[in-house]
Write a protein that binds this ligand. Sequence first.
Ligand code: LLP
Length: 433
Amino acid sequence: MICKNLSRNERGELCLAGHELSPLAEKYGTPVYLYDEARIRERCRTYLDAVNAAFDGRGRVLYASKAACFKRLYEIMREEGMGIDVVSCGEIYTAERAGYPLGLAYFHSNNKTDADIAYAIDHGIGYFVADNAEELYAVDRIAAQKDKRQKLLLRITPGIDPHTYAAVATGKVDSKFGSAIETGQALEISKLALSLENLELCGFHCHVGSQVFDSEVYISAARVMLDFVAEVKRELGYSAKELDIGGGYGVRYIEDQPEIDIAANIAEVGAFMKNYAAGLGIELPEIAFEPGRSIVADSGLTLYSVGTVKRIPGYKTYVSVDGGMTDNPRFALYGSPYTILPVCREIEADNAMTCSVVGRCCESGDILQENVSLPSDIGRGELLACLTTGAYHYSMASNYNRITKLPVVMLTEDRDYLAVRRESFEHLTALDV
Ligand code: LLP
């Protein structure tokens, strides 16, 4: 199986974290997002242990909330000792409602409004990750009004191509994020941050992209960022205390994709950074990693029920499910691959067909995956599982066609519980005046 928390029992039924899936479908209805809580905690610990080992206990791991954001996840992050990356006041609000200590939160975004800045300061955000000069002036002005000195990192664009799909590549010079080293803007905003009275510059940040498999990308980013830290020290006499090198480690959606050994990778990056910083004659700042996808993606799957099966002789077969692009827009947006499996039986070679698994939205692009192998006699009511849906699914869900959002169910060794309720029709009209 693609992830070790998935198995089939003696009757051939698919299990997640040891739980049979059909009783869960019965209890909670479909479609539904399921999460293996132990797997989320295991991934947090893998990162924390790796970062502690690689940086002699001086590293940090921040969970990038955009991958999946609901109260229960923030409780888990707090319990596991993870920092968090937030990108909106909605995420800040959710974290606060979950009792997450916001002093450990880093506030990203390339465009924070004055209202966002005021809200974050009022709620005691730990750090801003400031994107550009305009933001620095705004944070300084609003912090002054509130008689606060705000800690921050500067988001720097290192000019690196992460070899991933365009929508998630962020480290190139022409990115909408951050201030580029190549154009001189990175040094300029460092100077500006140091000159503004109500800001406390704590260091730098970069994020090169997402779903990255090439470990060389992190070494390249580390090299460029340490060169920059040395340049800032030389030019401005400022020694960075923190360096956050972002998130982005890729996960397996299909068997053909590799499984990244996070611990080995971080050890490699750590060894490189220590050596390289020593060669530059600078002290290594405290290093932070900011993973989202690789914390939650493979702890989750989505359970669907099959509806219409449409065979178009000489063309193709469509297997429709009771969800679609409203709970998973990633194939429509990025052509992302997925593994989709029948829940209650395995696929026999002599009873397999190739089909498109599609959703229920009024749009031809509402496709979950093409060229899926499923039993040729599949029909109404049979359950399907789409694997690796723990990241960027719940958080990217929409109400297109006024379809209600799915519930989130967490699984532990001995129980299952609701973390997010299914949206109701009343919720849909709650804001209509
Ligand atoms: N830090 C920053 C500043 C980021 O922009 C991101 C992701 C992360 C950390 C976490 O990256 P991760 O470890 O999750 O790869 N909706 C897209 C992904 C967008 C990622 C945006 N930034 C998708 O579904 O593939």
